[in-house]
Design a protein around this ligand. Structure first.
Ligand SMILES: NC(=O)c1ccc[n+]([C@@H]2O[C@H](COP(=O)([O-])OP(=O)(O)OC[C@H]3O[C@@H](n4cnc5c(N)ncnc54)[C@H](O)[C@@H]3O)[C@@H](O)[C@H]2O)c1
Length: 261
């Protein structure tokens, strides 16, 4: 099936590692022209080179999504280098160590905002005006099942719920301009060690023991954890022509762990 993504310009934020890397890989496999935004320059180069060697088109851009000027400049550079942006995937996000709410500090709530909600609003602000002008565009934002409320994820979950709400608002406000905005919520995706850059949360402060992983897996109706490619397939579909009637929707790719209504 032709998903109509050939030659489309797709920006993937946080595209160097794990889920973002899989998303870049799948869009490239569909013939899209991918712009990979990441603050880890070395990993972004490595990922782009790997996908390019397999025949895809991926250009890395060194950009910190918590910097609004830099994000706007990167979006403008993509328009010049590759053409107008057709698809934005808001993938940057970060979950710190799991703590009960009363063990979290206001500093950490602020960090959760900077690392999850701000980058989504920021990148959307950078690409939306041109999408409105062109009366066309698709935005897919990565939230989390934690956005529906989850033990020991009060700060992260609240920000991911913000991503859900924001995406639906964009769907309502800009649908009349032909712009669609949808959300994918991954279940737990443990990375392949080769797909983890230095700035990946998996390299820094999220460590899970086998017992914890087993405990999570046993609570999944399909009894299997999601892989990065599972998330990527859903993102690619939601960005495709075949999803033209879908907007404001939330897809949990979690083996049934979460069943959002
Ligand atoms: N992995 C999971 O189990 C899981 C589950 C649910 C939701 N999610 C969400 O999926 C998304 C991707 O998760 P992941 O596991 O692939 O994360 P990851 O940490 O492995 O990868 C994130 C990428 O974003 C980059 N990055 C981080 N901050 C950035 C910034 N400010 N500007 C530019 N780039 C930045 C990192 O360098 C890295 O390449 C996140 O939004 C995460 O919250 C992940």
């Amino acid at each position: 099936m032709d998903l109509g993504l050939g030659g489309r310009v797709v920006v993937v934020t946080g595209g160097a590692s794990n889920i973002g890397k899989a998303i870049c890989t799948q869009f490239a496999a569909e013939g899209a022209t991918v712009a990979l935004f990441d603050l880890d320059g070395a990993m972004a180069e490595r990922t782009a080179a790997e996908i390019t060697a397999a025949g895809g088109s991926v250009t890395p851009y060194l950009v910190d999504l918590t910097d609004d000027d830099a994000t706007e400049a990167a979006a403008s550079a993509v328009a010049v280098d590759l053409g107008p942006i057709d698809v934005l995937v808001n993938n940057v996000g970060w979950n710190g160590t799991a703590e009960f709410f009363l063990d979290l500090t206001p500093q950490r709530w602020e960090l959760a905002y900077r690392r999850n909600l701000f980058p989504t609003l920021n990148a959307t602000r950078a690409v939306l005006p041109t999408m409105v002008e062109r009366r066309s565009g698709a935005i897919v934002s990565i939230s989390s099942d934690a956005g529906f409320g989850e033990f020991r994820m009060a700060d992260y979950g609240a920000m991911k719920a913000g991503v859900l709400s924001f995406s639906r608002t964009i769907a309502k406000e800009y649908g009349r301009f032909g712009i669609r905005s949808n959300v994918v919520c991954p279940g737990l995706v443990l990375p392949d060690p080769n797909d983890v850059g230095e700035r990946s949360l998996w390299a820094v402060d999220t460590k899970m023991g086998p017992a914890q992983v087993e405990n999570i897996t046993s609570g999944i109706p399909l009894r299997r954890r999601s892989e990065a490619v599972d998330i990527a397939w859903s993102v690619v579909f939601l960005a495709s022509a075949q999803a033209r009637q879908l907007t404001g929707q939330v897809l949990s790719v979690s083996g049934g762990f979460a069943m959002p209504r």
